[in-house]
Design a protein around this ligand. Sequence first.
Ligand code: FPP
Length: 238
Amino acid sequence: MSKGFVTGGDKIPKHIAIIMDGNGRWAKKHLMPRSLGHKYGMERMIGLMEHAFDLGVDYITVYALSTENLKRPKEELEGLFDLFRKYFKQYFGRVCEKGVRLRAIGDISLLPDDVQQVLREAEAETAQYQGKGINVAVCYGARDEIVHAVNRAIERGEKVTEESFSRLLYTAEVPDPDLIIRTGKEVRLSNFLLYQAAYAELYFSDKMFPEFSDKDLEGAIEEYSRRTRRFGKTDEQL
Ligand code: FPP
């Protein structure tokens, strides 16, 4: 890690959200089926999470499956669900046993029952942990999340404030992301955390997700640490 990068300092983002794009293209380039690209992607994600927590990050949100991804061919979706069935407990258990709380965010009811069960069990087993968290966004869409929240406020007959509205979102108890990383060369948010991303710093990498290394993560955090976050104020007011 280069000079000026202070591990655990206030320049480390508390919450990093990651759009893990490029598994399919990476697999194609290496003459592998897409399903293997997703498996390598999931393994890489676990490594990145471990490294990020070691660096002092508190929350990581990963975009694992969007509401739009649910329109992918049945075969690819089944492959993704199989990854959850076969590896989720083993891989995420490894990270979570260090005191990390796991939350699934999104409309989980759209998943097959046994996959829902895997996620619910992981949530229950880690519910006692505080301060560090992983949010797995599955069947997640920010517009869907916002519409859900609006309807909940209407049902309760509540007028909302920015704070009370945040508490109606899937990410209710989690601080907003400080840094959003997207791999895979695309430069867009694709319906991810649209409300929560209001003041997030954005970082885009040309690398396909399975090849986004721990060093690349450090590079993203290093760039984040050099940015000035003014939140609408002037330099003098900071
Ligand atoms: C984007 O690559 C990745 C996905 C749509 C799915 C990622 C989900 C998993 C690997 C399963 C669960 C993982 C975790 C961490 C819970 P892409 O297929 O859009 O890539 P492409 O743009 O190259 O086609």
